[in-house]
Design a protein around this ligand. Structure first.
Ligand code: MG
Length: 310
């Protein structure tokens, strides 16, 4: 049997996962979470953000986190950068990989970064160009591609135009993001196909899905069937939606690893170690997290221990 394509998992829990959490996680625990993700075999980890520290107190320890990252050859550590100042802060820490962001819908972009989408695109062209000139690797998130909390449906033409423009500006990866979890499998297929038709190479696309309405895994599988081979996940599904307090967060890394591996796609991620990282994070936050497989794994471990001691 021909082996199926390997899948690239990009882990966002230390940044996207934590940024909406009210409980401040200590730098020690963040570093330990990242070490556990590395031990699980995750090769790309978004470790922090270089937005203004006063905007997101949870991530105000960005420089310290980067300084204390485990040395791990072959692992890429990423920082989120909003603008040129953020890019400079990231470069000062020695990070080699950065992620930029903007929204496909005007209202979300205005509320998020206080700029029109046109201003954001213009600004990011320069930021991405500078990052590439400096030898960095860049991924560009496009938020609200699958729906906007203010405007509802978002123009596919707008999203695909932005994908093409950001790619032409030099971004290595374009991340189509379902910020509020309103995407569905048909929409995923339609938008991925439209981006490819607009000239964005399939192998430069990644999907960032949210499980707000329980559709994250279905949407990832739709992306897989449309030819995408790179998916974002957050361990234990951490990362609540600011527009739906208490709702489920990002696609859970361990759930994606489980289903993709079960289908025959190698992810390079050890499900057991990843699940234990999820349990660790749940403990650090003092609450249950929405991912499934870390709970399945931990209850199996507990059952095995009981059997052994019986
Ligand atoms: Mg997210």
């Amino acid at each position: 049997m021909t082996p199926l394509d390997p899948i690239h998992i990009y882990e966002v829990s230390p940044r996207d996962g934590l940024q909406n959490e009210a409980t401040i996680v200590s730098t020690d625990d963040k570093v330990q979470l990242i070490s556990r993700l590395v031990a699980a075999g995750v090769q790309d980890i978004e470790v922090t953000s270089f937005v203004k520290p006063s905007w997101i107190p949870q991530l105000a320890d960005a420089a310290e986190v980067v300084e204390r990252l485990p040395k791990a050859p072959g692992v890429n550590y990423w920082g989120l950068v909003p603008n040129r100042v953020g890019l400079e802060r990231a470069i000062d820490t020695g990070l080699q990989c950065v992620a930029t962001f903007m929204s496909a819908s005007e209202t979300h972009n205005q509320k998020n970064v206080n700029r029109t989408w046109r201003e954001s695109l213009k600004n990011l062209r320069t930021v991405i160009g500078d990052a590439k000139d400096g030898g960095l690797t860049v991924r560009a998130y496009i938020s609200t591609v699958f729906g906007c909390p203010y405007e509802g449906e978002v123009s596919v033409a707008r999203s695909t135009m932005l994908a093409r423009e950001l790619r032409e500006a030099g971004a290595d990866t374009i991340v189509l993001s379902d910020t509020i979890g309103t995407g569905n499998p048909r929409m995923v297929h339609r938008i991925v196909s439209a981006a490819v038709e607009a000239g964005v190479p399939l192998d430069s696309l990644a999907l960032h899905m949210h499980d707000t309405r329980g559709t994250a895994v279905a949407n990832v599988i739709a992306g897989l069937q449309a030819g995408v081979r790179a998916f974002d996940g957050a361990i234990a599904g951490v990362g609540g939606c600011p527009y739906a307090p208490g709702a489920a967060g990002n696609a859970a890394t361990e759930d994606l690893v489980h289903v993709l591996e079960a289908m025959g796609h190698a992810t390079g991620v050890d499900l057991g170690i990843a699940s234990e990282a999820g349990a660790f994070l749940s403990n650090a936050l003092g609450r249950d997290l929405p991912g499934r497989m870390h709970r399945v794994h931990m209850s199996q471990v507990a059952a095995d221990e009981q059997t052994c001691s019986a």
